[in-house]
Write a protein that binds this ligand. Sequence first.
Ligand SMILES: [Mn+2]
Length: 237
Amino acid sequence: MKAVIGVTTCFDSNTGRFFISRAYIKAIYKNGGIPIVLCPIHKAEMPFVLDKINGLLLTGGGDINPLIAGEQPCKNIGEISTLRDNFELSLTRLALRKNLPILGICRGMQIMAMSAGGTIVQDIKSPICHMQKSPRYVKTHTVDIKKNSQLFYICNKKVIAVNSFHHQSVLTCGKNFRPCAFSEDGIIEAMENKSHSFAMGIQWHPENLYKTNQCQNNIFSAFISEAENYKEEFKNV
Ligand SMILES: [Mn+2]
């Protein structure tokens, strides 16, 4: 059966517009999934929406409001949308409880960590550039993948090159998550959940690399395949 994948969107509070990069949509289509775009809804309605999808893709985008973690904003804080933050955090907590397959990309990985009680770094200090100015399909730094991780099994490589468009990163992964890839400066570049069939966070943007890189496409194919086989199972998280 085809998997319906709920995809979260960016929100521009200045113009009142929701928007999303087509690359996510195409990557889902290419791997046999059916994407549907999810806009923020009330918490009481989230279980109803989650019942309609087989997988959740948390997309990239702006920064997460530091006040949610009880922190003051640093000087380099980017654009934030508390509407989007609250929606994605609540939805992800519920999706984790249902064991719904979840792929979190860039900001989406950070949302996943926070929804599991993890923490993020507001502004990375590193000699490695994590906010590249090159086009999105250009790979600019390497990541080292932990052997015996789900990601290693998916990529079948120990070291891969990736693109990088983040100035925030995951500091602690949250309950049941563990880091599974690092850049050379020790930044967590991917994480996965030990007690979940597929809940993976990727700090780079595989949706801009999947066309030419088998390993990057495998991230989507593994996610969609889990979504196709998804059977609801409640977890005590
Ligand atoms: Mn990076």
